[in-house]
Design a binder for this molecule. Structure first.
Ligand code: SF4
Length: 229
């Protein structure tokens, strides 16, 4: 077991009941500039939390080439108004190059390969300069996220992974957004509850009574892009 693996395992246990700010402060104390936040720009909650403990923190955004205009606009608004350093990662292939190499609409035919090319590989490459990264994963989002630890060891990337709002509910998120005027993706007001890439096969509005991520790759059996597997 590496030092960081042991550190992450202990922190996952010791910080289980800590606040999101305390978890992020722990990361700032241990990793400083070698810590970043990743954001899908569905909202800027974790970026805002991190900016309060580590002003100027790197916020990493994956521009897959398939985002809604509202998501790109949210990213630009975050960069313009918050005390964070937004870093945009892009895939090796443009959408046109991917279409030429793999055929058009790979997202409809093989979404796992499309996510591997446009999300997983760019993130793995972009996280190379960090020892720890934070996500906005929450346990109440879906059954596959119900056991998310607040701090854990990410064995694939060999980094410490944080989920500072893992224990939060949607009500906690809403209260924090309201109290702090946090930026939200405008698509949330149109009925979307989880916002990824714009093809209908990747992001749809959930049906009545479905969990918040039910509209992601709906009907395909796929529930995660691969970043968190
Ligand atoms: S979410 Fe859809 S378009 Fe985006 S990378 Fe995955 S399969 Fe491709």
């Amino acid at each position: 077991m590496t030092d960081y693996e042991a550190l992450a395992t202990a922190a996952g246990r010791d910080l289980e009941d800590a606040s999101a700010q305390e978890i992020l402060q722990w990361a700032a104390d241990h990793f400083g500039k070698r810590f970043c936040v990743t954001s899908s720009m569905e909202d800027a909650v974790v970026a805002h939390l991190a900016s309060t403990v580590l002003p100027g923190v790197d916020v990493v955004f994956l521009d897959t080439g398939y985002h809604f205009a509202e998501t790109i606009g949210t990213r630009d608004a975050v960069a313009a108004t918050m005390k964070v350093n937004v870093i945009t990662l892009t895939p090796k292939l443009t959408v046109a190059e991917q279409d030429a190499q793999y055929g058009p609409n790979l997202h409809d035919r093989d979404p796992d390969q499309c996510c591997a090319l446009r999300k997983v590989e760019p993130l793995n490459r972009g996280l190379g300069g960090y020892d720890a990264w934070a996500t906005g994963l929450r346990r109440d989002e879906s059954p596959s996220r119900a056991n998310t630890p607040v701090v854990s060891w990410d064995p694939k990337r060999r980094k410490v992974k944080l989920a500072p709002i893992a224990r939060w509910t949607q009500d906690d998120v809403d209260a924090y957004v309201q109290a702090n005027g946090v930026l939200l993706n405008p698509l949330l007001w149109e009925g979307y509850t989880s916002i990824g890439c714009s093809p209908l096969s990747c992001t749809a509005k959930p049906g009545e009574g479905e969990d918040g991520r039910a509209g992601r790759w709906a009907g395909s059996g796929k529930t995660e892009c691969g970043i968190h597997l």
